[in-house]
Design a protein around this ligand. Structure first.
Ligand code: FAD
Length: 404
């Protein structure tokens, strides 16, 4: 008879590896199997944070998370402190940069190595290059089918990721594994992704990075907003403020971005400042924004307002443009370039205190696979950690009960 594992974990990404490591300590590595379709585990982790792996953030709270159909997630027991202590316990020291937490090596590879080394010392079974096609329940055990074989396990964790970044093994095909048990995936959207805009009013700005408040509008009405970095590119805009509104672009009527430059200063204050500047007498229209915002951007604003002289009316229209710089949206760079999936397996069928399915005993769903996505800044790896830790704690408790 083939071996029956205590837990089979489908997906060797961040959540799968954390769950495997924690469960191997509790149940023994020989009772835990990780199945990964790529030829090695943690491939996506290596790409996170531009190769530096932004593990978490000092500002973890529910309000930084989004869901298509909703659900009450919490970070009480497994928040950022818990994540940091956990990685410290694996020998990874951390460093903070503007509220974002990274390994102090600033190398994503060190996070993968720490998890991999611990799993190897615990004797966890890691099967790579294997794609799980179907999971069924046969009496009390799950049968995980792949081309050329089958794995049997008492419990299963689905940590298959979402639909973004198919180059990392996540193409959305694995939602079918949960759907077999009656779960369903919500509508899916690419999030934390670059936005394509009309080019006319970003010409010459490629490479410029500024701080701005960015509002996403539909037919002139605000849908959502974010403040942070905006990076101009040849196709549109990127940067964390852009990423944070990107999930909501899809399907909007007449979508536009409104960029507010100098968001920390009121329109009235900027207007007064510019009026005073015109009184200097020697400033040409071209240079009105010199020393106020980036010169190239300033010149585009002047051109857009067709400002010739410094009448009060013209200064008012320059100020208005600076505070509400509109760009027509043409779309996003889509699932291939996005960092996270907005949407996933619906939370209403999951017990969020254990991450266990309400539809199938012993089946757990964690990480990006479920309908939770976070802002840019370490929030998604934190959710992967939190949900994996909740599932691991529940399985540990239930396994003890099984034995007792
Ligand atoms: C370029 C990039 C940069 C990012 N940077 C950050 C960052 O700095 N900070 C942050 O918090 N978040 C970041 N994210 C988001 C973050 O990486 C993900 O949200 C997180 O990795 C999700 O973890 P997960 O374990 O749920 O899924 P994943 O890490 O996606 O892992 C899922 C794994 O399951 C495997 N798999 C899927 N189906 C099967 C199957 N049927 N059989 C076998 N294996 C299967 C896949 O190959 C994959 O390895 C970034 C994402 C990208 C793409």
């Amino acid at each position: 008879m083939s071996k029956v594992y205590g837990v089979a974990i489908v997906g060797g990404g961040f959540s799968g590896l954390v769950a495997a490591e924690k469960l191997s300590k509790a149940l023994g590595g020989e009772n835990v199997i990780v199945i990964e379709r790529n030829d090695r585990v943690g491939k996506k982790i290596l790409a996170t944070g531009n190769g530096r792996c932004n593990l978490t953030n000092v500002d973890i709270s529910e309000k930084r998370y989004h869901s298509v159909m909703g659900g009450e997630i919490g970070f009480e027991n497994y928040g950022e402190r818990s994540l940091i202590e956990y990685f410290n316990s694996l020998g990874v020291n951390v460093a903070e940069e503007d509220g974002r937490i990274y390994p102090s090596s600033f190398q994503a590879g060190s996070v993968v190595d720490a998890l991999r080394l611990s799993l190897s010392s615990l004797g966890t079974v890691v099967k790579t290059g294997v794609y799980i096609q179907k999971i069924t329940k046969d009496g009390k055990v799950f049968k995980l089918k792949y081309s050329g074989g089958e794995i049997t396990s008492e419990r299963v964790i689905l940590s298959c990721g979402g639909k973004v970044g198919k180059q990392y093994g996540t193409d959305g095909t694995s939602y079918a594994l949960a759907e077999h048990f009656g779960h369903f995936a919500t509508d899916l959207f690419p999030s934390l992704v670059q936005i394509k805009t009309d080019r006319e009013w970003i010409k010459g700005l490629k490479g410029l990075k500024i701080k701005a408040k960015i509002k996403l509008l539909s037919c002139g009405k605000e849908i959502t907003s974010s403040t942070g970095d905006v990076l101009f590119t040849d196709y549109g805009v990127s940067g964390n403020a852009v990423f944070n509104v990107s999930a909501y672009v899809h399907g909007l009527k007449s979508p536009e971005l409104s960029l507010e430059f100098l968001p920390w200063q009121s329109e009235d204050d900027v207007f007064k400042f510019l009026c005073a500047k015109t009184k200097l007498g020697y400033i040409g229209t071209e240079d009105i924004f010199t020393g106020v915002i980036n010169k190239l951007l300033g010149r585009l604003i002047v051109k857009r307002c067709n400002a010739q002289k410094f009448t009060e009316r013209e200064v008012a229209s320059l100020t208005k443009e600076l505070k509400d710089y509109r760009l027509k949206i043409e779309g996003t760079l889509g699932f291939d370039e996005a960092q996270v999936t907005h949407g996933g397996i619906c939370l209403k069928d999951i017990d969020l205190s254990s991450m266990e399915s309400k539809l199938e005993n012993g089946l757990y769903l964690v990480g990006e696979y479920v309908d939770v996505d976070g802002d840019c800044g370490g929030f998604n790896l934190q959710w992967a950690y939190t949900s994996a830790s909740i599932a691991a704690a529940d399985i540990k408790r239930r396994s003890k009960n099984d034995q007792g």
